[in-house]
Structure formats: structure tokens, C-alpha cells
Design a protein around this ligand. Structure first.
Ligand SMILES: NC(=O)c1ccc[n+]([C@@H]2O[C@H](COP(=O)([O-])OP(=O)(O)OC[C@H]3O[C@@H](n4cnc5c(N)ncnc54)[C@H](O)[C@@H]3O)[C@@H](O)[C@H]2O)c1
Length: 326
């Protein structure tokens, strides 16, 4: 690991995590509390999650059931935070049905937080981390997509995630706010609750396989994605906050490995016998054929490399589902 990293920086700090009950959010909160002993403020309006996800962390964090769009309620929390992780979002699966919701939560809330940080004197504030998405590369012709690759916006979700990125860049360049942006690629793993309609493909596949229900493949199953295990995503997210070379930068977080949906099903089938597959027509959100993400920048600058292969990640996720639901 790079010598520039000072993990002590995070210890006992006040950290605000928006969307902190979400899939990535609650895993990040767990690491911040258990590993770094941070005083964590969790903001979530419970629109896509439940406070019970915090489990044994419930008494170790301060939970605020508020919207990130509630400026009055957000202000004192923003004023207190040393680090702000902005993860609250509307999911891609409701991209076409709720375009204004996407604009508000993914775009406007980001601008409102940045405006607050710009206009207030906050001597203890250290960094704002914006979580964007590799979906902004859309159907790139050249793979793997690197940070400067052309963007190919195919959904309201991606449009508003990129809008948030642009705001972050403006506030870094024009007002010198300490910010970092990370672009996740298909994160999977512990805590992706299957009863949540927006749960990712891997969570749904594993749950159905254990439940002896068919794995539903939309389209021919040859569409590929770059799947990132949750612990790797959380580690990179933490680095983005504390590494000096992450300041003002944008980083892809992925693995550079392409895996098709059919391959996912086959890998699950190697662990859970007798899986059944049901093919269904493609949905409007299935318009990206292939995805693979270049992670050379984060590797070179922050010394981060994903540690979990897709096979290992699937095995760990299956164990988690077995222990939690079956
Ligand atoms: N999971 C992935 O594969 C992935 C991929 C790319 C980018 N991302 C980004 O990472 C971040 C976290 O994603 P996730 O998978 O954990 O999503 P998630 O849906 O599990 O979590 C988002 C959380 O935000 C909350 N939320 C929604 N609107 C809110 C509002 N107005 N105020 C407060 N809270 C609100 C939801 O209740 C939910 O708990 C998001 O910014 C997302 O765009 C995730």
C-alpha cells in the first residue's frame, strides 16, 4: 500500500453517510464504526431500505430518518461532519418511471450539499465523496472504459449521476472544495436484500437458487458487467476520502473482468445444485450490452486493487444468504 495513506485520519472522526441504510451505505457504515471507530451520522429516508438493516450497529450510530432534500434538517449534520459520503440515490430500475425523483435525489441534493459547504465556514470539514456510477459509459465501443472514455448516457439515472459529478467538479475547480468522486461498477455481496425490488442480479439469482425458484434472465444472458465485491468497493470508498492524491479526482471502481449473466448463473450452479433458468424479454434498462472497467488510475494513484474474484465473491455471498435467509 502507498505510504501516503494515513488511515488514522479517519479514527474517531464525525462522518455523515447519506443513503446509509442502502446496500453499499450500510456496509460502509459498518466498516467506519467497527474498524475506524467513527461517530457516524446516517441519513436515509427509508424509501428503499429499513433501519433494521443496521442490526447491532443501531445503538452505535446516529440515525436520521430524513430526506437529503430537507435542507433545514441536513444543515446541522453537514456542519458537524468531518467527512461526507453522499450515497443517497434513486435506483436505475425506476429510471424511466420517476425522472424527476432522479433529478432531485441524484442531482439537486448533491448541488444543495455543495452549496452548503461552499457558503459556510467549516474549519473541521475534510472531504466530500460523491458516489457515481459506471453506467455513464453506457454501451461504450471500446472496453475497458477508463475515466476519460466518452460517456454514453442511456437512462435518467445515468444522466443525473453524471450531473452530480459535474456539480462536484465545478465546486472543486471554482471554490476549492475538497471533494472526490468514485464510479462504482455493479457492486454485489452481503446485505443486498432480495425482497428489495431494486436488488442487483446476483442477489436475486442467489436467493432464487437457494429458494429452488428459477433464475430469471432478461434477454439472451450474454450481456456482460464488471462485478465488484462489496468489501472491495468499501475499501476503495474509504481511500477516496483519506488519500491526498484522491483530492479533486474521479476514479473507476471495478475489476476489469467481464462476466456474462449466463456465466453468473453457471457459477452459482456449481455451488447450488439443480438451478433452473427462465428466459424473459429484455427490459428498457437492459440497454447496455457489455461493461468492463479500467481501474489503472485508482491502482496507480491510490494503490487500490480489488481482492475478491467473482468466484470467491459469489461463494461468500451464497454463504451470507444461507445464514441470513435459509
Ligand atoms: N450498488 C451498485 O452496484 C452501484 C453501482 C453504481 C453506483 N452506485 C451508487 O452508489 C450509491 C449507493 O448505491 P446502493 O446500491 O447502496 O443503493 P441503495 O438503493 O441500496 O441505497 C440508496 C439509499 O438511499 C436512500 N434514499 C433514497 N432517496 C433518499 C432521499 N431523498 N433522502 C435520503 N435517503 C434517500 C434509500 O432509502 C437507500 O437506502 C448510489 O449513489 C448509487 O448511485 C451503486
Amino acid at each position: 500500500m502507498n505510504k501516503l495513506i494515513n488511515f488514522e485520519k479517519l479514527k474517531n472522526k464525525k462522518v455523515l453517510v447519506t443513503g446509509g441504510l442502502g446496500f453499499v451505505g450500510h456496509n460502509l457504515v459498518r466498516t467506519l464504526v467497527n474498524q475506524y471507530h467513527c461517530d457516524v451520522m446516517v441519513v436515509d429516508d427509508c424509501s428503499n431500505s429499513k433501519p433494521s438493516i443496521l442490526g447491532d450497529l443501531t445503538n452505535k450510530v446516529r440515525f436520521y430518518n430524513i430526506s437529503v432534500l430537507d435542507k433545514k434538517a441536513m444543515a446541522p449534520l453537514l456542519a458537524e461532519a468531518n467527512y461526507i459520503y453522499h450515497l443517497a440515490c434513486k435506483q436505475i430500475s425506476v429510471s424511466s418511471s420517476d425522472p424527476f425523483g432522479h433529478l432531485a435525489v441524484n442531482g439537486q441534493s448533491t448541488l444543495e450539499i455543495l452549496e452548503y459547504l461552499r457558503h459556510n465556514d467549516l474549519p473541521d470539514f475534510e472531504r466530500f465523496i460523491y458516489t457515481s456510477s459506471c453506467s455513464i459509459y453506457g454501451s461504450s465501443m471500446r472496453l475497458p472504459s477508463h475515466e476519460e472514455s466518452s460517456k454514453n448516457i442511456l437512462s435518467n439515472y445515468s444522466a443525473t449521476k453524471l450531473l452530480g459529478e459535474h456539480f462536484v467538479e465545478v465546486y472543486f475547480r471554482n471554490y476549492g472544495l475538497p471533494v472526490s468522486t468514485i464510479r462504482y461498477s455493479n457492486v454485489y455481496g452481503y446485505g443486498q436484500t432480495p425482497n428489495n425490488p431494486y436488488c442487483g442480479v446476483l442477489g436475486k439469482f442467489i436467493h432464487n437458487a437457494l429458494d429452488k425458484k428459477p433464475l430469471m434472465i432478461f434477454g439472451d444472458g450474454e450481456q456482460t458487467r464488471d462485478y465488484t465485491f462489496i468489501t472491495d468497493a468499501v475499501e476503495a470508498t474509504i481511500l477516496a476520502a483519506i488519500h491526498p492524491m484522491a483530492l479533486g479526482e474521479v476514479f473507476n471502481i471495478g475489476t476489469s473482468t467481464e462476466t456474462s449473466v449466463s456465466q453468473l448463473a453457471a457459477m452459482i450452479g456449481e455451488i447450488i445444485p439443480d438451478i433452473q433458468i427462465q428466459y424473459l424479454p429484455e427490459r428498457d434498462i437492459d440497454n447496455v450490452r457489455r461493461r468492463s472497467i479500467d481501474i489503472e488510475k485508482i491502482h496507480q494513484r491510490l494503490g487500490w486493487t480489488p481482492k475478491t474474484t467473482i468466484r470467491k465473491g459469489i461463494a461468500e455471498t451464497i454463504n451470507w444468504y444461507r445464514d441470513t435467509y435459509f
